[in-house]
Design a protein around this ligand. Structure first.
Ligand SMILES: *Cc1c(COP(=O)(O)O)cnc(C)c1O
Ligand code: SF4
Length: 359
């Protein structure tokens, strides 16, 4: 089977049938033991499961703590939900005037164009909304969303998300791009996607060209969390987008057991920069249900950020952010480098020493 056909086979069946098949598939791959399979069926009944052949191929099966496995293979720990966790941790619903549209910040809107993903990340903050059974933004709902954008000249940027908007066909991607480019005040169309890394074969030249249109700048935010995800095929996909004149930024989630070490984050950020992708956000994990095992203390995240600042080029620095529960805003969690003293100000250097500044 061609890789594409395999992915479709993994995505296709309705959620209820797919779940048991998929755990069985993972069992057949040697990634789930017979004893665990029953408990993981319970996880898969609640949260969608899919792993692409590319990601399966990266897992070191001998390592139970493999960082790629941790991101995609379900764990019984997901059955533990704590009271502070919620199905809609950043309360998109409160900022959603129409189906599929979230308008939280005045000059930009999110369009959730479809709910499928090529993989289902175990830490996903939209895990209760994404999955193979969900709906796509089509027909009247899409027309209404476009009308909403057309009627509001303050909307400068449209962010396409989902699910994963790179799961659209090239034809639908082109139609959407053209429709947005035809709106005078929309100057930027930004796609948020994990496809270039987890299913790079989908990033065909035809698809990449479908993202471009006169009158708008196309930006793509690429989600990757571990340097091993930059396979040769992923590198080609990223290169293809750059050559088409698309501006590229990164998006990663800081995850316990995946990338919570300075050397891994260094390689990840350098990996992006080497491919011409500007590191943009390092997200603190949201309070999505059953994801407590991925979260680390914010102070630990800040210590890692200090390490990146000390060791990497300025171009490789992401902003560490947290979406405040309740959906108020995305808060930067930058470590503090400046403090007020009686005599003036002090600044912290990379080795932990404070320097006076009088100015
Ligand atoms: C995060 C987010 C954005 C994009 O924010 P940027 O800081 O511009 O990347 C837009 N809309 C919503 C609702 C968001 O949560
Ligand atoms: S690709 Fe994005 S939306 Fe899809 S499961 Fe992963 S984090 Fe969630």
């Amino acid at each position: 089977m061609a890789p594409q056909a395999k992915i479709e086979a993994l995505l296709k069946p309705a959620a209820a049938e797919a779940t048991s098949t998929k755990i069985a598939d993972l069992q057949a791959q040697g990634l789930v033991t017979f004893e665990d399979a029953a408990r993981l069926d319970a996880v898969a009944e609640r949260y969608a499961v899919a792993v692409t052949p590319t990601m399966l191929g990266l897992i070191d099966k001998a390592d139970p703590r493999d960082p790629i496995r941790a991101q995609f293979v379900p764990s019984a720990l997901e059955l533990q939900q704590s009271p502070e966790e919620s199905a809609d941790p950043i309360d998109d619903a409160a900022f959603s005037p129409l189906p599929g549209l979230v308008h939280r910040y005045e000059d930009r809107v999110l369009l959730k164009v479809l709910s499928v993903c090529p993989v289902y990340c175990r830490f996903c903050f939209r895990r209760e909304m994404v999955g193979p059974g969900g709906e796509a933004l089509v027909g009247d709902n899409l027309d209404q969303a476009l009308d909403y954008i057309r009627a509001r000249p303050q909307i400068f940027e449209v962010i396409l998300t989902g699910g994963d908007p790179f799961m659209l066909s090239p034809r639908r991607a082109r139609e959407l791009t053209q429709a947005l480019a035809a709106i005078d005040h929309v100057k930027v169309v930004r796609w948020h996607t994990r496809v270039p890394v987890v299913a790079p074969e989908r990033v065909s030249e035809e698809f990449v060209h479908a993202l471009r249109a006169d009158g708008v700048a196309t930006w793509v935010a690429i989600h990757a969390n571990h340097p091993r995800e930059f396979t040769p095929a992923a590198q080609d996909a990223i290169r293809c987008m750059r050559e088409a004149g698309i501006s590229l930024v990164s998006q990663s989630v800081l995850l316990r057991g995946v990338n919570d070490r300075l050397d891994i984050l260094q390689d990840l950020m350098r990996g992006f920069v080497a491919l011409g992708v500007k590191p943009y956000y390092l997200h603190h994990p949201d309070l999505a249900p059953g994801t407590g095992h991925f979260r680390l203390p914010i102070a630990e995240g800040q210590e890692l950020m200090r390490g990146l600042r000390r060791t990497l080029t300025g171009v490789a620095q992401p902003t560490y952010v947290l979406d405040v529960p309740g959906g108020a805003f995305k808060a930067p969690l930058d470590p503090v480098y400046l403090q007020e003293t009686e005599g003036g100000l002090q600044l912290l250097d990379g080795t932990g020493h404070w320097h006076d500044y009088k100015g």
